[in-house]
Design a protein around this ligand. Structure first.
Ligand SMILES: Nc1ncnc2c1ncn2[C@@H]1O[C@H](COP(=O)(O)OP(=O)(O)OP(=O)(O)O)[C@@H](O)[C@H]1O
Length: 254
């Protein structure tokens, strides 16, 4: 059974339909990339899954219907997301950020009691995202890529089963992108990862499966090779010759 099962998803804003009847299934342990031109509906789709916008249709996670649930209830059911801009507490240390995330959903009293020792899930997350040596550094002093990794770590300590990441490598250096790809591979050994991405090289290197969205619908789906070979996908990307995506999707050097 698919871990995430989306059926007939529709989101409209004042009469404009941003997500127009999307069916999408993601099996547990997948590393799925959601790609598509600007305005295709990728972020709105993730907003609908996480309860940030109202939607019609059905979104099932582990068999349970999410539509109609509050943002907090959806988060508690094991779904976490990141946004294009990292949202960490800059003045707190890396460790404190993770500690707070680990305590999310627990009472203040539990939080205070837990402070004395570093919880094992925090130690583990620090190691997974490669920030152990920077545990006591203020998050504000981290490099751009490291902040994104911290944010991913904050989802890991909450033990989310599904991570939805919005352009995690935007603005990263080549080395940071590679490190992030390896991180997502490691994470998806135990969890399910869905990545919204515009970076086609990154997608080609790390996607296990790809869904291409266009004008609020799923245009194509499959392996990287399958979607790259799909004439519908090439048409959509080559129709945007002014963007780097077009040449990228056609397999040319950017
Ligand atoms: N709150 C909103 N109110 C009105 N229109 C919106 C709203 N949010 C998104 N849209 C519109 O819905 C469409 C889909 O937007 P969305 O951000 O989901 O696309 P996207 O595929 O994530 O694009 P990008 O790759 O540029 O982030 C766009 O035309 C956008 O202008």
């Amino acid at each position: 059974m698919s871990e995430l099962e989306i059926r007939g998803l529709r989101v409209s804003f004042d009469g404009f339909t941003a997500v127009d009847g999307v069916d999408l299934e993601v099996r547990a342990g997948d590393l799925r990339f959601l790609i598509g031109p600007n305005g295709a509906g990728k972020t709105t789709l993730v907003d609908a899954v996480t309860g940030l916008v109202k939607a019609r249709g059905s979104v099932r996670f582990g068999g349970a219907e999410l539509l109609g649930r509050s943002v907090h209830r959806i988060a508690r059911s094991g779904i976490g997301r990141t946004f294009q801009t990292a949202t960490v507490f800059e003045e707190l240390t890396v460790l404190q950020n993770l500690d707070i995330a680990a305590g999310a959903g627990r009472g203040a009293w539990t939080m205070l009691r837990r402070r004395k020792a570093v919880p094992p899930e925090v130690t583990e997350a620090l190691a997974t995202v490669g920030l152990t040596d920077l545990a006591d550094s203020p998050a504000g002093t981290l490099a751009h890529g490291q902040k994104q990794w911290l944010e991913i770590g904050m989802l890991l300590v909450q033990d989310v089963r599904l991570l939805l990441l919005d352009e995690p490598v935007a603005g990263m250096s080549h080395d940071e992108r590679e490190a992030t790809g390896e991180l997502l591979r490691r994470i998806s050994a135990e969890r399910t990862v869905v990545v919204i991405e515009h970076d086609m090289d990154f997608m080609r290197s790390f996607a296990r499966s790809v869904s291409v969205l266009h004008a609020g619908r799923v245009l194509s789906e499959g392996t990287v090779a399958q979607v790259q070979a799909d004439p519908k996908v090439q048409e959509v990307y080559l129709g945007h010759t002014a963007t780097e995506d077009a040449g990228d999707m056609a397999g040319q050097e950017a």
